[in-house]
Design a protein around this ligand. Structure first.
Ligand code: FMN
Length: 327
């Protein structure tokens, strides 16, 4: 029988399938289903920096008669913050009570200084690690690329200072020099990088001529960028654990990402679409493949096809076709 155990940023996982942050990890009922289905760990639904501030703002406008009181906005802000923070602390505590697999708290944020105290509350509530869903949209024409990247590194540095918990940064791939920024994150002793987040994309409804949210589920071919970048970086940064996210819809894709050097894989859309049974189905596929290949443990093949471990690893850097696909 194949042994699917892996380690991920110091956590022992019984297998490399983590249920990604999202609707499946937003309440205890679903979290218990994740564990029962066999997940190796869960990343709780993120608490959003934006949400806290927007709700506070809404509260303030609702009571606009108070707007003359200079400190009202600050009071409303603090009430909203405390409310959401306490709710999140309770979710962590309940999850830790109900589950035996690792529970990773998740924050969607861009300003580390706002979160420093709260991170300590999440740590005290028993979170096993912290995932930071970080991706500021660089929409200010006056801010240069290098400054966006400097800010990202400063962010990692501040969060590292704020907690002893293992930290994963979940990032997007639209940086001008991804290899460089990934290496800089490693220098700040971030324990893991989750490559890559799949962001919410606004759309337009042409009937109502209004902005609408797009149904944000991925397709099964969207893992390609995660595969490429994990293969390029995992052999080079041996102390950094890489987790894959986006487009993981089968055990076969998990195997590919492990071959590229991932320590774990985060799955969301596949489970939303096919239910929690998708987890045992993927685990079976991985186990069957390992048996067929004669691999006893994940470590037997993890990183085998990372660029550093291959003679023809330059292929991972290829971006253009030289041959036609069809004859
Ligand atoms: C409805 C929905 C809500 C999500 N909420 C979060 C979130 O709160 N925090 C986060 O880091 N990612 C969130 N995600 C992103 C997922 O965790 C995951 O990274 C993304 O969906 C790509 O993985 P997939 O291809 O397996 O779906 C959300 C995704 C969906 C579809």
């Amino acid at each position: 029988m194949s042994d699917l155990r892996t380690t991920y940023m110091g956590l022992e996982l019984k297998n490399p399938i983590i249920v990604a942050s999202g609707p499946l990890t937003a309440n205890i009922e679903n979290l218990v289903k994740c564990e029962k289905a066999g997940a190796g760990a869960v990343v709780l639904k993120s608490i959003f920096e934006e949400q806290i501030n927007a709700d506070a703002l809404e509260e303030t406008t609702k009571h606009s008669e108070f707007l003359d009181f200079a400190d009202y906005q600050e009071v409303a802000n603090n009430i909203a913050k405390d409310y959401y923070i306490n709710q999140y602390v309770e979710l962590i505590k309940e999850a830790k009570k109900a589950l035996s697999i690792p529970v990773i708290a998740s924050i969607n944020c861009t300003h580390a200084e706002i979160w420093e105290d709260f991170i300590q509350k999440f740590e005290a509530a028993g979170a096993d690690a912290l995932e930071l869903n970080y991706y500021p949209i660089a929409s200010d024409k006056d801010v240069e690329g290098k400054d966006v990247e400097k800010e990202a590194i400063a962010f990692a540095k501040s969060v590292r200072k704020a907690t002893k918990l293992p930290i994963a940064l979940k990032i997007g791939y639209k940086y001008s020099s991804l290899a460089n920024i990934i290496t800089d994150f490693a220098k700040e002793k971030v324990d893991s990088l989750v490559l890559f987040n799949r962001f919410y994309r606004p759309d337009i409804d042409i009937n109502s001529e209004k902005l609408v949210g797009m149904r944000g589920l991925s397709n099964a071919d969207e893992y390609a960028e995660s595969l490429r970048w994990i293969a390029l970086m995992s052999g080079e940064l041996k102390k950094m654990d890489f987790a894959a996210s986006t487009g993981i819809h089968s055990g076969k894709t998990v195997i590919k990402l492990l071959l590229a050097g991932a320590k774990a894989t985060e799955v969301c859309s596949e489970i939303i679409t096919h239910g929690f049974d998708a987890i045992p189905a993927m685990l079976k596929e991985i186990g069957d493949w390992m048996d067929e290949k004669g691999y006893k443990t994940i470590a037997d093949f993890q990183g085998k096809l990372a660029q550093e471990n291959m003679d023809n690893g330059a292929h991972w850097e290829r971006t253009q076709y030289m041959k036609s696909l069809q004859k």
